[in-house]
Design a protein around this ligand. Structure first.
Ligand code: URA
Length: 259
C-alpha cells in the first residue's frame, strides 16, 4: 500500500493531509523517517509512527449510530437520507461501510455500522440469536397475558411465528428517560429481527407501537451521550463483546492488528 494511503487509513486524516505530514518528516516506518509519499509499504508488517507515536492498524471499523427517525438503513437511497450518509465524509470515504441489519425508517436508536462482512453475517444469522433490546411507546399498557404470550413464542400473523421474547414494563428511571413527557411504554428483547417484528408482535396483542427505539444489541448498549444522528467508534471491549455474542471464535477477531 502507498504510504500516504496507509497513513490516512491509520489516522482518519485526508490523503492530502497525510502527504503534508509525510513530507514534513513526521512519519517513521520501522524506525526510519520516510518523506516519499508514494513509497510502497507492507501494511501487514510495518510499524508506522507519527510524531513518535505508534499507530495501530484497524483492519475493520465499527461504529454505533443513534439512528434518527426519517433515515433509511441503507448505504444509498434515491429519495431518503441514509444512515451511512450521516457519517462524516472522511469516515464514509475510508471504507465500504454498511449497516448491520435494518431498523424501520421511523425507528430510532442503536444501529451498528461496519465494513466487517463476517461479523455482520454472523450477527444477522438466524442461528446466532443475538438479543436486541427495544423500548416501545405504546397505545395501551401491557398485561400479564401479553408478557406470557411473548415469553411462550407466539404466532404473530399468517407469515410470522416469533421465538420466545422477554416483555416487561420499564423501570421508573427508564420510563423517565425514555418518555420524559409521560405515556405508556414497555421493553422487549428479541432474539431475532424479522420485518417490522416488534410492531407486528404488539399488533397481534391488539396494541400499537407509537414510537420505537433500539437500546442494545447483544452486550452493547446505546451510548446515552449520543443524540439522534450522532455516532462513535465502538471500544475494543464492545467489539469483543459483539464477537462473543455473534459466536465468533477468538481466531476470527480481526478488529485490531497491533503492529
Ligand atoms: N421491529 C420493528 O417493528 N421495527 C424495527 O425497526 C425493528 C424491530
Amino acid at each position: 500500500m502507498r504510504l500516504d494511503k496507509l497513513l490516512a487509513e491509520l489516522t482518519g486524516m485526508t490523503r492530502s493531509k497525510a502527504r503534508e505530514v509525510i513530507q514534513g518528516g513526521r512519519v517513521c516506518v520501522d524506525g526510519e523517517v520516510k518523506t516519499v509519499i508514494a513509497e510502497q509499504v507492507n501494511e501487514d508488517t510495518v510499524c508506522v509512527t507519527l510524531d513518535g507515536q505508534a499507530l495501530v492498524f484497524h483492519k475493520y471499523v465499527y461504529y454505533m449510530l443513534n439512528k434518527p427517525a426519517g433515515t433509511v438503513s441503507a448505504t444509498q437511497d434515491r429519495s431518503d437520507k441514509t444512515v451511512v450518509g450521516l457519517l462524516s465524509e472522511a469516515d464514509r470515504k475510508r471504507r465500504n461501510l454498511f449497516p448491520v441489519g435494518r431498523l424501520d425508517k421511523d425507528t430510532e436508536g442503536l444501529l451498528l455500522i461496519t465494513d466487517d462482512g463476517a461479523l455482520s453475517h454472523r450477527m444477522l444469522s438466524p442461528k446466532s440469536h443475538v438479543d436486541k433490546l427495544y423500548f416501545a411507546k405504546l397505545a395501551r399498557e401491557i398485561t400479564e397475558e401479553d408478557i406470557a404470550l411473548f415469553a411462550s413464542g407466539m404466532r404473530v400473523d399468517g407469515e410470522l411465528t416469533a421465538l420466545p421474547a422477554a416483555l416487561r414494563k420499564l423501570t421508573p428511571e427508564e420510563a423517565e428517560e425514555f418518555l420524559p413527557d409521560g405515556g405508556v411504554a414497555a421493553a422487549v428483547t428479541l432474539q431475532e429481527g424479522k420485518f417490522h417484528q416488534v410492531k407486528r408482535m404488539f399488533a397481534a396483542t391488539g396494541n400499537e407501537v407509537l414510537y420505537l427505539k433500539r437500546m442494545a444489541v447483544g452486550g452493547v448498549r446505546l451510548d446515552r451521550s449520543l443524540s439522534p444522528g450522532a455516532y462513535r467508534e465502538l471500544t475494543k471491549e464492545e467489539v469483543s463483546c459483539l464477537m462473543a455474542d455473534a459466536g465468533m471464535p477468538e481466531g476470527e477477531m480481526k478488529s485490531d492488528v497491533d503492529k
